[in-house]
Write a protein that binds this ligand. Structure first.
Ligand SMILES: [Fe+2]
Ligand SMILES: [Fe+2]
Length: 224
């Protein structure tokens, strides 16, 4: 996790930076989330975003694991470069999916503390349908064209970073509210609820930057 000295300054930087363009799949997904939860940022909406956010990382980890297995089924050792890439993707996938998991658990814990409970259709059924679709899309995409998976993830994370900073801006009362959670055994505690969500938004920025870096490493070109 990168260190940021001034979270408010970083929020300002996010708001001054344009969000990356979404591809067709992401636009359909955002539309689905907006239809289910409305356009305004809300914790149930972010819970779904966090559920979805873990799937590409899972795909990188599991997909590379499968690639290592296939490669070592041959009689001689596979090319070193190919294995270094697989190891890098496994490491990235593990780190980032754990980070998203803390986000998901924190949001659910805060929703429970605040008594926020969406109905079964919006809270369970529709998110499960979306997650099932995204599961297959991310697995297939990584298997067929890993670079496209990193590109889509960078776009997704750019959107998430901006949405979190908008959420904080929409809740000025969070600037004075402290937050307690058992998840702080795993995730750095912040002085206020506003700073907690700024910090989560910056994690999404880090995920975007790491995904962009990997896209460039794989393709030799910048993503536009
Ligand atoms: Fe997240
Ligand atoms: Fe993320």
């Amino acid at each position: 996790m990168k260190e940021y000295a001034d979270l408010k300054e970083e929020q300002r930087r996010t708001m001054e930076t344009p969000v990356m363009h979404a591809n067709f799949i992401l636009r359909v997904m955002y539309l689905g989330v907006d239809i289910i939860f409305g356009r305004k940022p809300s914790l149930p909406k972010f819970k779904v975003i966090e559920i979805l956010a873990r799937y590409p990382y899972w795909a990188w980890e599991i997909g590379s694991y499968a690639a290592v297995t296939r490669a070592y089924q041959a009689l001689s050792a596979p090319p070193e470069e190919q294995m270094k890439t697989a190891i890098r993707h496994i490491d990235m996938g593990r780190d980032m999916q754990d980070n998203e998991q803390w986000h998901l658990m924190l949001i659910q814990d805060i929703m429970d503390q605040e008594g926020i409970r969406p109905d079964w259709v919006r809270g369970v059924f529709l998110p499960t349908c979306m997650a099932t679709g995204y599961f297959f899309i991310t697995r297939i995409m990584y298997r067929l064209n890993p670079a496209s998976s990193f590109a889509m993830n960078a776009r997704f994370e750019s959107h998430a970073e901006h949405e979190y900073m908008k959420l904080v801006a929409a809740h000025p009362e969070w600037e004075d509210r402290s937050v307690e959670s058992w998840i702080f055994e795993h995730y750095p505690k912040q002085p206020t609820m506003a700073d907690l969500f700024r910090r989560i938004g910056l994690d999404e920025r880090d995920h975007m930057e790491d995904s962009l870096e990997e896209y460039e490493r794989l393709t030799g070109k910048k993503l536009i």
